[in-house]
Design a protein around this ligand. Structure first.
Ligand code: ADP
Ligand code: AMP
Length: 219
């Protein structure tokens, strides 16, 4: 089963992807995580992505698509992918969505569901301003809605929890504006293809998870 998880920044894509990985043994492909890893390792993708990410802009399409293609080329036939994958944060533009169709043909797979986490803008700002991410394993927490057992320390690996560099007030607003301009049109795109499934993202984490399970269990 291959899924696209869509939604604005802070909608809960990463949080829900982790639940789906556990239940269905899928591989999560987060382009945001791939870029952050590339920045840490100072690869060619990291050097370019750093600038765009820090201001809250999207990384240019050709560059993002190239990274995803390379990643799939190297990983798609590995054991981790045998039950399928969750795309978290890709596609984010119409150009990327069209290219994804070509990539599906190239690697001979299909997307089984496009799940859109629907959520009002004021909730996003509260979520993003309280998000803390483990610098070692990438697990995300929220200081109010999903706090770690020990403040500032990851429950899973003991790593330090930090606020992401693109979570300053200014960058958060740019990311939301960028979403509205460049990514929101994908809702219509997938709706017109008859593939979009909306889920109310403004519920407790467990309720959102249950709603997604109910959808995927029927696939
Ligand atoms: P995304 O991957 O879509 O950017 P995250 O999964 O990182 O979003 O979630 C953003 C923040 O909101 C995190 O701090 C997370 O713990 C919190 N969060 C996610 N889902 C919910 C929810 N249903 N209710 C409250 N907080 C949530
Ligand atoms: P995320 O972790 O999904 O919130 O992504 C963090 C940042 O990485 C985004 O604000 C973008 O700058 C960049 N990014 C992630 N995925 C994409 C994508 N599909 N296209 C362009 N930029 C992306």
């Amino acid at each position: 089963m291959n899924i696209i998880l869509m939604g604005p920044p802070g909608a809960g894509k990463g949080t829900q992807a982790a639940k789906l990985v556990e239940k269905y043994n899928l591989k999560q492909i987060s382009t945001g995580d791939l870029f952050r890893k590339a920045i840490k390792e100072e690869t060619k993708y990291g050097v370019i992505a750093k600038y765009f990410i820090s201001f809250g802009y999207l990384v240019p399409d050709d560059f993002t698509i190239q990274m995803v293609e390379e990643y799939l080329h190297e990983n798609i036939h590995t054991e981790e992918f045998k039950n399928g994958f969750i795309l978290d944060g890709f596609p984010r533009t119409i150009v990327q969505a069209k290219k994804l169709q070509d990539i599906c043909d190239m690697f001979d797979f299909k997307i089984d569901a496009v799940i859109n986490l629907d959520i009002p803008e004021d909730v996003l700002i509260k979520r993003l301003s309280g998000r803390r991410t483990c610098e070692d394993c990438g697990k995300s927490y929220h200081i109010v809605y999903n706090p770690p057992k020990v403040e500032g320390v990851c429950d899973v690996c003991g790593g330090q929890l930090l606020q992401r560099a693109d979570e300053s007030e200014e960058a958060v607003q740019v990311r939301i504006d960028t979403y509205n301009k460049q990514t929101k049109p994908l809702i219509d795109y997938y709706q017109m293809k008859g593939e979009l499934i909306n889920v109310n993202g403004d519920q407790t984490m467990d309720q959102v998870t249950q709603d997604i399970y109910d959808i995927l269990d029927k696939i």
